[in-house]
Design a protein around this ligand. Sequence first.
Ligand SMILES: [Zn+2]
Length: 236
Amino acid sequence: MKKIIKNHLYRALGIYILALMYLCSINSLALAGRRDNFPGSYSHSLTSDPWIALTFDDGPHRWYTSRILEVLENNKAKATFFLVGKLCIKYPELVKEIFAQGHCIGNHTFNHWNMTRLSEDRALFEWLACSEAIENAIGEETRFCRPPGGKLNESVIRSADRAGMMVITWTINSLDCSGKSSDQLKGIILSRLEPGAIILLHDGFDTTLQALPDLIRVIRKKGYKLVTLDEMFYKK
Ligand SMILES: [Zn+2]
């Protein structure tokens, strides 16, 4: 009898160790990132490589998305687009185009509502409905998400976790959606560059579009490489 109990204990211990190893391996899939002020989200990658990620929120936009893609392609630069689900349904061809050009696509919720005002289950629906719209367009899942305005609470983090995504905010807010001129937003961004920085821009403003070629040129001149979030966090 004692032997049976002992065997059970060893078995349980073995399962516990295997589970621990599995959890550690999941963690090591993503490179270490600097956690936000809010636990469970990342504003920065801890990579020592001189990498910078440009991110564009709120698309796809019927006019601006193609222009942003054109500037990126002309400069052979890759970026990440956090897309709104209901707009992906409206403009699936733009979602396909972003993906076809090798950019990373992230989830920016279905309706672009303040997620902190929703129940956890309703927030989960927002993530899943947006993921479905993206997946229907490109046939691939997205693993990054960003809540509108970067507004977070524990329930939003839990809902993103349940949807299987990593919450990404930003290191540098360009303030392009606050009426800044293209020179002002260049100044804001270029004075704060550091390895692993994630830059917040928007798909929907003339000033962003005007600033983009110079931003790409100067960021590279300062020795940085522009990468997608997939490259930054998963070295993919
Ligand atoms: Zn947004």
